[in-house]
Design a protein around this ligand. Structure first.
Ligand SMILES: Cc1ncc(COP(=O)(O)O)c(C=O)c1O
Length: 384
């Protein structure tokens, strides 16, 4: 067997940045305009057109997009918003900031997306919105959630942080909700280092745009140069959430590569699936019919009856094989300030939190690196 202890560390994630991104950033640095302006507008336009949504607003993070989504939707004190617990804390935290209460429901097995039946059962007279999250890049049942929201006159907000370019039943993730938020954080399918995009209904995105620039009635780009005016009004108690052009420059070039990145991710996922199927105690991710997976995550699940726990497998991969992994997620209802909120057990969420392991799966991985992960997992004694 190859001695893997001397191999360089293979990180769980690595961004793919090429000369095109460097040239576009340099162009921005030389342009004399660094903050939210023409490059941000271009990035917004390409994302808007690709998704077929009414409007898009480039912001400083997905968390900012979610916060603006909730504010623009008028979510506030006394409102309940239904959300999965198997997610990152960004949406629940932003909800708390508005004064609303996140109501955690379980996810469904197989996709680990928020369960439509559990969501319907959690609707009360105080429910204002449903926040779905497309776990790992596998879209939730978008049309079922659209119908559920419409039947109960609720807003549908997509936390699409993982799912740029993914689709289900012909609909792109991020194109069905009243609003949707994307992340361009350093580990996402395309990255601007930090960044996000809010897309959706024009009336709501316009309101978010206002709230994301201090509530000023015009943007700094609209007030510059020959159009320069010192006059502005504050028409809402806004915040500062815009994406600078230096960042948007990265986004414009990364977005051009999104389809190629996604197909390389899918290719790696296919290689893993062929090589790892049948190992006892190791479950692989499923893709439902009608789904184009975004493959932000390649999740495997280590059975409770396997000879090693998920944490032991992660340690073995790291220490013996120099392979990084990650875990998605620590359930929000089990974290600090949220702990007291738990009224009932979320069985699928809690099992996933125990068993899930994210393997390296990103466009820059070489064939040899993919094989390293496969060999390492196949070298584990999966039965006693
Ligand atoms: C599901 C989900 N939503 C939101 C976020 C927050 O994204 P950002 O770091 O761009 O604010 C993340 C971050 O990883 C995430 O995984």
């Amino acid at each position: 067997m190859t001695d893997t202890s001397t191999l360089p560390f293979l990180p769980w994630n690595r961004p793919s940045i090429g000369d095109e991104e460097i040239a576009e950033v340099t162009d921005t640095l030389r342009s004399g305009w660094l903050t939210h302006g023409p490059k941000a507008a271009r990035f917004e336009e390409v994302v808007r057109d690709a998704l077929g949504v009414e409007d898009a607003f480039a912001v400083s993070s997905c968390t900012a997009a979610l916060h603006l989504a909730f504010l623009a939707a008028g979510i506030g004190p006394g409102d309940e918003v239904i959300t999965p617990s198997l997610t990152f804390c960004a949406a629940p935290n932003a909800l708390l900031q508005t004064g609303a209460r996140p109501v955690f429901v379980d996810v469904e097995p197989v996709t680990y997306n928020i369960d439509p039946a559990a969501t319907e059962a959690a609707i009360t007279e105080h429910t204002k919105a449903i926040v779905v999250m497309h776990y790992g890049g596998h879209p939730c049942d978008l049309l079922a959630f659209r119908k559920l929201a419409d039947d109960h006159q609720l807003l549908l907000i997509e936390d699409a942080a993982h799912a740029l370019h993914a689709s289900r039943d012909g609909h792109r993730a991020g194109s069905v909700g009243d609003l949707a938020a994307f992340s361009f954080y350093a580990n996402k399918v395309i990255t601007t280092g930090e960044g996000g995009m809010l897309v959706g209904r024009a009336d709501l995105v316009q309101r978010a745009r206002l709230l994301g620039r201090h509530g000023l009635d015009s943007s700094v780009w609209q007030r510059h140069g020959t159009r320069s005016t010192a006059h502005y009004e504050v028409t809402a108690p806004g915040l500062k959430y815009v994406m600078p052009d230096v960042t948007a420059a990265l986004g414009v070039q990364q977005f051009r590569k999104l389809a190629a990145f996604t197909s390389r991710r899918a290719e790696i996922a296919g290689t893993y699936a062929s090589a790892l199927t049948g190992l006892p105690g190791l479950a692989l991710p499923a893709v439902l019919p009608g789904v184009e997976h975004g493959w932000f995550l390649y999740s495997v699940f280590i059975s409770d009856t396997a000879p090693f726990t998920r944490d032991e497998v992660a340690k073995l991969l790291k220490d013996r094989h120099h392979i990084g992994t990650s875990q998605h997620f620590r359930p929000v209802h089990e974290l600090g300030i949220y702990r007291q909120d738990l009224e009932r057990r979320l069985a699928v969420t809690e099992a996933a939190a125990r068993q899930q392991l994210s393997l390296p799966c990103y466009p820059d991985m070489t064939t040899q690196e993919v094989d390293r992960v496969i060999d390492a997992l196949r070298s584990i004694r999966w039965t006693d």
